[in-house]
Design a binder for this molecule. Structure first.
Ligand code: KG4
Ligand code: ZN
Length: 334
């Protein structure tokens, strides 16, 4: 079976053609990072306009590269939720138009479900497993018992980790997206600033990162700081919290399989630390390849294929929503 997947939830316009037998046939992606860079964060209206500009040229490129005939598709997968609503609407309208024109069914995908299944594009994970989602919009721990069966274990009460990286970078005047920039600077610095690790000692799987950002602001405003050292200190605090809460989730559930997914899982210190943690505490660790950590359409295609195989087809009047919780979505459609 063959699907075309459309991902436009944030600032990456991405398309993929995927077959359940042959894997990824073709994959194209355009990042809008340069467009949002001067603003130090995503400008939602600009994001939607860039998706509108980019989708057709990207489709053209994908079809030329793969020589796939759209008439040969079995269905179209697209990101329904969560995300920037205008950006989701552009992708959904595009997916609907292709589906209508070629008389193909539409399959809605939850963006976080896409992230959770991103490691499966390389190797499947046995159920049950724990998913730590660390992205620009989310920092959540889920217990995944089967496809579509997600139990929320805990998550951030305020900023998402990626958002915290981006805001910290903005405070230091480093540009957008902040994650990769801080990742690089941190590797040249030392963790010498005493920054808080909010809620780290609490016996709960909830987290909080807004206090960390405030502490960074104080250091910045005091002047005369080292960007490298502040990056290293910030990153070290974030990783301490993520490590502690992941271990607590393993302890509380007794499930010794952890997938770390989403944009921040591209972080080099996260990868190093979690690998060491998994060896020390004897659990299985799954982190997707760098290209699959950040937003992409391959993960939407994979999750779409699983949904289609379970008989999920969207009604014609389906509309994107800014935020349908993953647990609710899982129950709605399986
Ligand atoms: O999953 P993603 O591509 O989009 C969302 O669904 O939000 O995640 C984007 C986030 C951004 O906040 C970005 O700064 C962060 O992932 N990110 C990183 C790194 N690469 C991307 N954060 C830390 N280290 C990185 N290397
Ligand atoms: Zn994402």
């Amino acid at each position: 079976m063959l699907t075309l997947a459309v991902e436009t939830s944030c600032d990456e316009t991405a398309l993929c053609i995927y077959s359940d037998e042959g894997g990824v046939i073709g994959d194209v992606l355009l990042s809008q990072a340069k467009v949002h860079f001067p603003y130090g964060g995503i400008v939602p209206e600009l994001s939607a306009r860039e998706h509108t500009r980019n989708l057709l040229p990207l489709l053209d490129k994908l079809l030329k590269e793969t020589e796939v005939d759209l008439r040969g598709l079995d269905f179209i997968s697209f990101t329904l939720t969560p995300g920037l609503i205008l950006s989701l609407v552009v992708g959904a309208s595009f997916a609907k138009a292709v589906a209508y024109l070629f008389k193909k069914p539409l399959v809605p995908v939850h963006h976080l479900e896409g992230h959770i299944y991103s490691p499966f594009l390389e190797r499947p994970i046995e159920y049950p497993f724990i998913a730590l989602i660390v992205s620009g919009g989310h920092t959540d721990l889920f217990l995944v018992e089967d496809f579509g069966r997600y139990t929320f274990l805990g998550g951030t009460l305020d900023d998402a980790v990626g958002e915290s990286y981006d805001k910290t970078a903005k405070l230091m005047g480093l540009g957008y997206p902040g994650g990769p920039i801080i990742d690089r600077l941190a590797s040249e610095g030392r963790s010498i600033y005493n920054l808080p690790r909010p809620m780290i000692e609490e016996d709960s799987l909830n987290m909080s990162f807004s206090g960390l950002k405030t502490a960074v602001r104080r250091v910045v405003e005091s002047g005369g700081y080292s960007k490298e050292d502040l990056s290293a200190s910030f990153q070290s605090a974030v990783m301490d919290v993520l490590e502690k809460k992941s271990l607590l989730a393993i302890e509380k559930t007794g499930v010794k399989r952890l997938a770390v997914v989403g944009g921040v899982s591209a972080n080099s210190e996260l990868r190093r630390r979690f690998l060491a943690l998994s060896q020390k505490h004897n659990f299985e660790l799954y982190i997707p390849h760098l290209k699959l950590s950040t937003d992409n359409a391959q993960m939407i295609a994979y999750a779409g294929m699983e949904r289609f195989k379970r008989g999920v087809i969207a009604p014609e009047d389906i509309n994107p929503e800014a935020n349908i919780p993953l647990e609710v979505f899982g129950r709605l459609w399986s």
